[in-house]
Design a protein around this ligand. Structure first.
Ligand code: FAD
Length: 301
């Protein structure tokens, strides 16, 4: 078995870019070429077409967690008990949903603006359980999801098995109108490949510290440095690596697997169902997908 990211292996890589050598200057420096850094680069390039924008990443761009995740574009989460309509957490759930919807819409717009082929499917996904007793407050959840603009439907038994092609899951809430699935490595590679000319990317360039200089900040790399008027640190869990110690973030390792495509016979045996995604109703529970090219993806804890 090869230990490599299945999503990335299926996409291929963009042409390599230089690493940082010597001193550089930029108007904007973006540290981290994941979904956050690349989205920021596009937005800044649009807002300031005359500006020099530099993006750096310690490895190949667009190949970190942003390319390796499960590919759920989440507008609506499964509400927790305290977030149900009428409970104290509902106001917060409304805010989270509004942010999720705006982010989901942004992803959809970028896909269409840059013509990114990333197997995007705006058809929702399932919050599913094997033990029906673990899916509680169903009516209240449906009402809560509908109150924040989601479409939601309860399915169980044979009706659910017909959708998923397996009887492993015995009850679920399907949730759509915003929730979508995509191939994450294709999406971020699409963002990288579509960067405009005023954005320069340095790969294999690790930033280990930031220091104030007149009119901005200097970022220190192994073989060079960049002085910029403005710096965006888009490192997610890796913020401490750039020398910012009090970020309260830390990285966590998760594993996932992606099978070969099901054969025609195997696919027929599960009822030739449409691609789907299941999110566990438990925090950090396994995530499972049947992809459009008929592979099974399982993200374990
Ligand atoms: C297995 C898994 C499944 C997930 N599933 C989902 C999902 O289905 N839906 C969802 O919305 N989210 C999911 N996530 C979370 C999602 O992947 C992250 O929230 C997202 O990738 C964060 O993007 P980012 O650009 O902020 O950070 P990252 O993608 O982590 O990008 C940060 C970049 O910074 C670079 N870097 C690190 N240190 C330095 C340094 N010192 N100098 C320069 N560069 C550096 C890294 O190489 C990396 O490319 C999942 C995550 C994992 C691990």
């Amino acid at each position: 078995m090869k230990n490599q990211c299945g999503w990335i292996a299926l996409v291929g890589t963009s042409p390599g870019r230089d690493h940082l050598k010597g001193p550089e200057k930029a108007d904007w420096l973006i540290i981290g070429a994941g979904i956050t850094g690349l989205s920021a680069a596009h937005s800044l390039a649009e807002m300031y077409p005359e500006a020099r924008i530099v993006v750096v990443d310690r490895q190949r761009a667009a190949q970190g967690a942003s390319a390796r995740n499960s590919g759920y574009a989440v507008s609506h989460e499964n509400p927790g008990d305290d977030e149900l309509i009428g409970h104290s957490g509902f106001a917060g759930f409304e805010v989270d949903s509004a942010i999720g919807c705006a982010a989901g819409e942004e992803v959809r717009k970028r896909i269409s603006r840059h013509g990114i082929e990333c197997e995007y499917r705006d058809s929702g996904y399932y919050f599913a359980v094997n033990d029906p007793a673990k899916l509680t407050h169903i009516e209240a959840k449906l009402k809560t999801l509908s109150a924040v603009g989601a479409s939601a439907q309860f399915l169980e038994g044979g009706q659910l098995a017909q959708k998923l092609g397996t009887r492993h899951y015995r009850a679920a809430i399907w949730c759509g109108n915003g929730n979508a699935l995509l191939q994450p490595a294709k999406y971020v590679k699409g963002l990288l490949d579509a960067l405009p000319a005023n954005v320069t990317v340095f790969e294999n360039t690790e930033i280990s510290g930031l220091e104030p200089v007149r009119g901005g900040v200097r970022a220190i790399g192994t073989q060079g440095s960049i002085e910029a008027g403005q710096v965006l640190v888009c490192l997610n869990a890796f913020i401490p690596r750039a020398g910012i110690d009090n970020s309260a973030t830390f990285p966590m390792e998760l594993s996932a697997s992606l099978t070969r495509p099901l054969t025609d016979r195997e696919y027929a045996a599960i009822g030739s169902v449409e691609p789907w995604g299941v999110l566990s109703t438990r925090p950090l529970g396994a995530t499972v997908r049947l992809t459009p090219d008929r592979r099974v993806m399982i993200r374990n804890t």
